[in-house]
Design a protein around this ligand. Structure first.
Ligand code: SF4
Length: 484
């Protein structure tokens, strides 16, 4: 039986983080704005922790930022340093309040609050050792292990900076973290720089901001300063900003999928405009895989810039032929039988008056399991399309991600199990083509840094995957059994 999934058939995002040090400002409200700008990175829970010089107050809950924070909640969070988090679960359980962030760790009488984007691959053994030492955990979240290990070493050494350094030396995987003590903000990033983290400054020296993406800086009026470097820890307090290389940088491996799909199009990642990268992907796709068609459509929303690029390069008219319902939050969709039957129509609706009788080329950002592409093609045919040609702005996703993105196990990845012709037949498109790896790299050539992680296309993982995890995740579907 075909596996059905109500979420988009695209990699699921895994958290956004925001931090601010700004005496005299309403830091809770500014953090709330920052989290709203980063809401696309996670819709499961939201949280803000504020430091006032003596202690830390935290408010977090399941739901969207606007559901968790009202005026009363923000008014209760008074202070001058704050960290915030929006979550999509890849570790620690889905829909679990205890896994909502920021995580708090108590160091004697002092508290710290930690917010994490990414996934750590070696926390099971560390957690087991800490439990043996009598440390209690409230969730199965890898991020809570990070918070507790920083707290433990800080207590032992009386230096928060050493606690952070110890964690960076011992945690493996992807982490872009912001941490608030009662009087300072810290930002640090794994030595491969897998997940993004950038620094901004408020006007007139009013303070410092850290965000997963530059759209989080823009919304609070901060000016981009630079990205946090791989392996670097940056502290912001009353004396200003101090940066140190805490651990040696390794092969730079920024997630290339941020530019394909995860990041907001108005963000700039390490000098590369996300929107312009996606337009370039579309232009390159049009050169690599041309097709005769009447209209170019983008699968809303992330396929639209690439569709505009494809239309520009090919000379085929772009049309808004698919309307997206923006108000279907996946958090609130229950997978009942009735909703299963509605499938993709919960989120997307075609415009028969635009596409009827037309040969369409439809641009999407990626294909992971293939279910949504199949339903989309059928829906467009039902609405009167004469032909549906799919063009995909990323190469075939053949390997799962272990660094903060939920892309399933290999047996569920369509491109790992079927040939291009088989995929085209299963999805039901008239033709199917993916951008080449070289084409993708050409499209993102505006970045300033030295390298990308592209493991979900190549299986070339920048951080070693523990053998038991790899064994569970790398098995292909049995021959002839894919999607049975
Ligand atoms: S495996 Fe893919 S999704 Fe995961 S970090 Fe690497 S490029 Fe990004």
């Amino acid at each position: 039986m075909e596996e059905f999934c109500l979420r988009d058939d695209a990699p699921e995002e895994a958290c956004g983080v925001f931090g601010i040090f700004a005496p005299g400002e309403d830091v809770a409200r500014l953090t709330c704005f920052g989290l709203q700008a980063l809401q696309h990175r996670g819709q499961e829970s939201a949280g803000i922790a504020v430091g006032d010089g003596e202690t830390i107050l935290v408010e977090k809950d399941l739901g969207l930022v606007t559901q968790v924070f009202d005026e009363a909640a923000l008014a209760a969070l008074q202070g001058f340093v704050a960290v915030g988090h929006v979550r999509y679960s890849t570790s620690g359980g889905s829909g679990v309040w205890e896994a909502a962030q920021p995580h708090i760790s108590a160091i004697d009488q002092t508290l710290i609050a930690l917010a994490h984007n990414g996934t750590l691959v070696n926390t099971n053994a560390i957690r087991a050792r800490m439990i043996d030492e009598g440390i209690q955990f409230r969730s199965s979240s890898d991020s809570e292990v990070a918070a507790k290990i920083i707290g433990k070493v800080t207590r032992e050494t009386s230096h928060l900076r050493r606690g952070i350094q110890f964690a960076m030396e011992h945690l493996e995987g992807a982490y872009a973290m912001v941490l608030a003590s009662p009087d300072a903000l810290y930002a640090f990033r794994d030595p491969n720089g897998i997940r993004p983290l950038c620094i901004g400054e408020l006007p007139d020296g009013r303070g410092w901001v850290v965000s997963s993406e530059t759209c989080g800086l823009d919304i609070v009026g901060a000016t981009y300063v630079r990205d946090v470097a791989p392996g670097e820890v940056v502290r912001f307090n009353a004396e200003g900003m101090v940066a140190e290389q805490a651990v040696a940088p390794r092969r730079h491996a920024a997630c290339i999928f941020e530019l394909v799909y995860f990041a907001r199009p108005d963000s700039v990642l390490d000098g590369q405009s996300v929107y312009q990268a996606r337009r370039a992907m579309g232009r390159i796709l049009a050169r690599e895989a041309p097709v005769e068609a009447d209209l170019v459509l983008g699968s809303p929303d992330s396929g639209v810039p690439a569709a505009l690029g494809f239309a520009f390069e090919s000379g085929i008219a772009y049309a808004d032929g698919i309307v997206k319902n923006r108000y279907v939050g996946r958090t609130f969709i229950q997978p009942t039988q009735a909703l299963r039957l509605m499938g993709i129509r919960l989120k997307l609706n075609p415009l028969p008056s635009v596409i009827g009788g037309k040969r369409l080329v439809v641009i999407d950002d990626s294909i992971v399991r293939g279910n949504t592409s199949r339903q989309l093609v059928q829906m467009l045919r039902d609405a009167g399309a004469e032909e549906v040609h799919l063009r995909i702005a990323s190469p075939e996703v053949c390997w799962p991600c272990f660094y903060g993105i939920d892309t399933d196990t290999r047996d569920q990845l369509i491109a790992a199990n079927l040939t291009l012709e088989e995929m085209n037949a299963w999805i039901g498109s008239d033709s199917l083509a993916f951008i080449s790896r070289d084409g993708l790299y050409e499209a993102v050539s505006g970045v300033r840094h030295a390298g990308f992680c592209d493991a979900c296309f190549t299986g070339n993982y920048p951080v070693e995957i523990p053998a038991p995890l790899a064994k569970r995740s790398f098995a292909l579907a049995e021959e002839g059994k894919w999607h049975d």
